[in-house]
Design a protein around this ligand. Structure first.
Ligand SMILES: Cc1cc2nc3c(=O)[nH]c(=O)nc-3n(C[C@H](O)[C@H](O)[C@H](O)COP(=O)(O)OP(=O)(O)OC[C@H]3O[C@@H](n4cnc5c(N)ncnc54)[C@H](O)[C@@H]3O)c2cc1C
Length: 464
């Protein structure tokens, strides 16, 4: 059989592209080298990390806030085996959901490693070897954790996020290299479960890509949780024995910091994955970072081959990959889809959560844009007091002259869900005043967005 489309990789980019192509009437094959569908996100990324974040947060609350809420229970204990098993069950439900969606949309799943024979033929090397004949190809092969050249990831003591999600024990002292999203989320899990956690970051702040107010506030919250954060520290050496790790880093004062732990999580980023894809057989080149190059329509240098998600440039996020999956499917179908890359939100699922969309204050300064800031603290919110989640704030950035919202940054409870309001407002090019004049239910965390918009409009928040 000849397929209209063959998608290689079944992560959020690939499986969404496959479904949208099928919805648009195309005959679709999807190739996945692992036995379960869903890619990094569902198997070893977004979903399992959030499952452990939620479980560890319940434990933390049982230990620290139940008493004040008037709930007396015996001191809670961590059943780590059960916690990991529940996470496994959550992953299972999700990956089975994708298998169901493939069936529902009559998409043929090929299990095995896909590679190009030529631009219309894909070889699948699995239990058996097969060839797929196809009109077009969508590459969605994703990414893998990366490391520093002098660090050997032994997957036992020196680990990546993948191993950190299937630990056999709660570390005594987890040393994390990299204060980005993945390191801080997994660090939070283990800090809540009782590990000593040290984060070593090369830049002058954690989550360096986000608005600096968010970094500052999150640093305070994570320190309250007991995490030690070493910014402006350059890791120079990582050594492991059967039971220990030693991490050395140059301090800003030119001294050497030595951290001894039982595990070291290397979370310094991810690299595009194109291993053994046979790109050379079709003449597709990768850039310096190993990413597949595409044009504005996500088409590679070969006219029938497209690429999406982590394997191309841009934010390495599941929802960015999904948007690109839909974009390519609709482009192939002759439609005129659009992605606003400025409005892809970024979220950190620590506690408090951090979320941002649009421009950061640093970006506006660098661009020389005249802007104004409105912010509102969670501690002034009735809803936040009721739930005892008073750490956090909302920061709105608006154009100084037109009042158009240029960026929304939130640290606090439910920030991950609230950020969608910023995407909506900015997609419709709302002004801060527009949002401040819309009714927001009381009592909700969203009232902080309205109040921050009031503060940005003409410095007149009601509740502060
Ligand atoms: C710990 C962690 C937490 C994360 N949390 C979040 C989060 O909360 N929110 C968020 O938006 N993002 C999160 N991410 C990032 C997110 O997982 C990725 O951005 C997303 O999975 C990228 O999707 P993708 O489809 O491009 O690739 P992937 O999800 O990486 O999928 C690629 C798939 O292609 C398969 N493949 C590769 N090569 C071949 C081949 N030659 N033949 C057959 N199959 C192949 C791979 O096996 C894989 O299944 C997280 C990542 C990690 C590691």
């Amino acid at each position: 059989m000849k397929y209209d489309i063959t998608v290689i990789g079944s992560g959020p980019g690939g499986y969404v592209a496959a479904i949208r192509c099928a919805q648009l009437g195309m005959k679709v094959a999807i190739v996945e080298k692992y036995s379960t569908l869903g890619g990094t996100c569902l198997n070893v990324g977004c979903i399992p990390s959030k499952a452990l974040l939620d479980s560890s947060e319940h434990y933390h609350n049982a230990e620290h806030t139940f008493k004040e809420h008037g709930i007396d229970i015996p001191a809670p204990k961590v059943n780590f085996t059960q916690m990991i098993a529940r996470k496994g069950e959550v992953v299972k439900q999700n990956v089975e959901g994708i298998a169901y969606l493939m069936k529902k949309n009559k998409i043929d799943v090929f299990t095995g490693h896909g590679s190009f024979v030529n631009k219309n033929t894909i070889k699948v090397s699995g239990e058996k070897e097969e060839e797929i004949s196809t009109d077009k190809v969508i590459l969605a092969t994703g990414s893998k954790p990366t490391s520093l050249p002098f660090i050997e990831i032994d997957k036992k003591r020196v680990i990546t996020s993948t191993e950190a999600l299937v630990m056999k024990e709660v570390p005594k002292h987890l040393v994390i290299i990299g204060g980005g999203v993945i390191g801080l989320e997994l660090g939070s899990v283990y800090a809540r479960l009782g590990s000593e956690v040290s984060v070593v970051e090369y830049f002058d702040r954690i989550i360096p890509g986000m608005d600096s107010t968010m970094s500052k506030e999150l640093t305070k919250s994570l320190k309250k949780l007991g995490m030690k954060i070493y910014t402006k520290h350059k890791v120079t050496e990582v050594k492991s024995t059967a039971k220990t790790v030693t991490v050395k880093a140059d301090t800003p004062k030119g001294e050497v910091l030595e951290l001894k732990g039982d595990y070291c999580l290397v979370s310094v980023g991810r690299r595009a994955y194109t291993d053994k894809l046979g790109l050379e057989n079709v003449g597709i080149k990768t850039d310096k970072a190993g990413r597949i190059e595409t044009d504005d329509h996500l088409r590679t240098s070969v006219d029938n081959i497209y690429a999406i998600g982590d394997v191309v440039k841009g934010a390495m996020l599941a929802h960015k990959a999904e948007e690109e999956g839909v974009f390519v499917a609709e482009t192939i179908a002759g439609q005129k889809p659009h992605i606003n890359y400025n409005l892809i939100p970024g979220v950190v699922y620590t506690w408090p959560e951090v979320a941002g969309v649009g421009q950061t204050e640093e970006q506006l300064k660098e661009a020389g844009r005249a802007y104004k800031v409105g912010s509102f603290p969670y501690k002034a919110l009735g809803r936040a007091r009721a739930s005892m989640d008073t750490d956090g704030l909302v920061k709105v950035l608006a154009d100084k002259n037109t009042d158009e919202i240029l960026g929304l940054h939130i640290i606090g409870a439910r920030a991950a869900d609230m950020i969608a309001s910023g995407v909506t407002a900015m997609e419709f090019r709302a002004s801060a005043e527009d949002v401040s004049r819309m009714s927001h239910a009381h009592p909700t965390y969203m009232e902080a967005v309205k109040e921050a918009c009031l503060a940005a409009t003409d410095s007149r928040p009601i509740h502060m």
